[in-house]
Design a protein around this ligand. Structure first.
Ligand code: PEP
Ligand code: CO
Length: 451
């Protein structure tokens, strides 16, 4: 067991990005209830994901992680959940077809409710209120009552996560996920669409007969019936430490504590201080974990994180998600790759081409340009290759809805098109076509590296 660690030893360390709950008694009551609720996932599932990530570290699998920047309680609805799953299944089909590697599918889903903010306070027209920190903390509406951090929202968040997860489990186990029937994954609005990407995807599905044959060859010993279900894992930024602690439970096998609220918790760019509370919390849980690394990280800091978070160099334990931005990646990534290689640390390198590429339009909308996203992804593949490393996955903000939040892509969305279906309250997401285009891009790169 990890020394001097308990599920709440993080309380001895500075915890950034936590809400200031006005009523400690209310907070205690909410947490007492949460502690009694059953876990959302099991230690066996978590270990299974860890072995998938270990395989990706060996180059035998690829990690596809995607979903909303922030889920909302209102959008815990059939279509929204199913569309996200359909899109991730379509994307993994495109990637597996080209890479012939196992795809480890992880949603930013069933618990992605807490958001880091640049300030505790937001001011509008002279009125200052607490910032919106995600639905698990407070409400988006700009009013005194809505913005008050409410600990009972943790219970609502747990329930929404359970509802979402229940639906995901049913879909991934049953006929829905059957690779022999990818028509189940068609999105309603895409059937009428005549877009180039949708056409390419349909063509790919038509040649699925071949795909099934080779998949049955590469997934050694598997039978057709094993292709009737998929593994689908959950992840979220484990930001709200009170919530995460309440879902941290000892395994019945006596092998330590797991965060049983999600399979793959990650540490965000703003909370990865090696001396901070988040790193202390993560150090003691047995889940596979990920850390976002942005352009300001120094080699020493990265080595500290690796040493604290994976002292035994355990396979599958640590994923590093670089999110440098198109402008910084060529300068920043090579040094980090060399640092990690020299240390002998086992990590999975994943590219998040979204969070370093957020810009504002002249009308003040937050957006991301598709070309920046694709460029960062392409450069990631190239830089890893040049430095004797390998990119093992992608982390994306996307939705199965027909939104207009990122510009560019095969339809050439412009700044002024953003108004037509801009729905996110936080970061701009790839829409269906843009996400599928990224999947084809990844597939192309993985095919090149096979050649
Ligand atoms: C996010 O993933 O939504 C996020 C806030 O990312 P980062 O921590 O990389 O800024
Ligand atoms: Co985001």
């Amino acid at each position: 067991m990890t020394s001097n660690w308990t599920p709440d030893s993080w309380k001895q360390f500075p915890a950034s990005q936590q809400p200031l709950y006005p009523d400690p008694v209310e907070l205690r009551h909410a947490l007492q209830q949460l502690l009694k609720f059953p876990p959302l996932v099991t230690s066996w599932e978590i270990d299974h994901l860890k072995s998938g990530i270990a395989a990706a570290q060996q180059g035998d699998a690829w990690l596809l992680q995607g979903g909303d920047c922030a889920e909302t309680f209102d959008e815990c609805q059939t279509e929204q959940i199913a569309s996200k799953l359909k899109l991730l299944l379509q994307m993994s089909l495109v990637i597996v077809f080209a890479s012939r590697k196992r795809i480890v599918r992880v949603g930013r889903i069933a618990g992605q409710y807490a958001k880091p903010r640049s300030s505790h306070i937001e001011t509008q027209d002279g009125l200052s209120l607490p910032s919106y920190r995600g639905d698990i903390v407070n409400r988006f509406e700009f009013s005194d009552e809505a913005r008050r951090p409410d600990p009972h929202r943790m219970l609502r968040g747990y329930e929404r996560s359970a509802l979402t997860l229940n639906f995901i489990r049913a879909l991934s186990e049953g006929g829905f996920a059957d690779l022999h029937h990818p028509e189940n994954w068609n999105l309603l609005f895409v059937n009428e669409a005549r877009g180039e990407v949708a056409r390419r995807y349909k063509e790919l599905v038509r040649s699925l007969g071949d795909a099934l044959r080779f998949m049955e060859t590469i997934l050694e010993g598997s039978t057709v019936s094993e292709l009737k279900r998929v593994d689908f894992f959950t992840s979220h930024e484990a930001l709200l430490l009170d919530y995460e602690t309440a879902l941290t439970r000892p395994s019945v096998r006596g092998i330590g504590y797991y965060n049983m609220g999600t399979h793959l918790p990650w540490i965000g760019e703003r909370t990865r201080d090696p001396k901070g509370a988040h790193v202390e919390y993560f150090r003691g849980i047995r889940n596979p974990i990920a850390v976002k690394v942005g352009p300001t990280i120094q080699s020493e800091e990265l080595l500290d994180l690796i040493r604290i978070l994976n002292p035994e160099n355990e396979p599958g334990r640590l994923t590093l998600i670089h999110r440098m931005g198109r402008r910084h990646i060529e300068n920043q990534l090579p040094g980090l790759i060399e640092t990690v290689a020299r240390s002998g640390a086992r990590v999975l390198w994943v590219c998040d081409p979204m969070h370093g590429n957020t810009v504002s339009t002249t009308s003040g909308r937050k957006t991301r340009r598709f070309d920046d996203i694709v460029d960062e992804l392409r450069l990631s593949f190239a830089i890893h290759h040049a430095f004797g490393s390998a990119l093992g996955g992608a982390h994306l903000e996307l939705t199965g809805e027909n939104v207009t939040e990122c510009t560019g892509g095969s339809r050439g969305l412009t700044d002024s098109d953003l108004e037509s279906a801009y729905q996110t309250q936080v970061d701009p997401r790839l829409n269906y076509e843009q996400a599928l285009e990224i999947a084809f891009e990844i597939a192309g790169k993985l095919t090149e590296s096979r050649a």
